[in-house]
Design a protein around this ligand. Sequence first.
Ligand SMILES: [Zn+2]
Length: 57
Amino acid sequence: MSRRRCRKRTYFTELRAMIALIEVQKRRGTGKAEQSVYRCPTCRNWHLTSQAQRARP
Ligand SMILES: [Zn+2]
């Protein structure tokens, strides 16, 4: 099997990731919380990231 699994928490849809993101931000309040979601090129699922989202071209 060549399919990789990321160690990060994985979400199968963007919507799920966004819901999780909101939950994380609620719990942590301000500070170093995840700020956006992105699609992972490795596992092709969605993860949260603490980096600000870049503008899309
Ligand atoms: Zn991944």
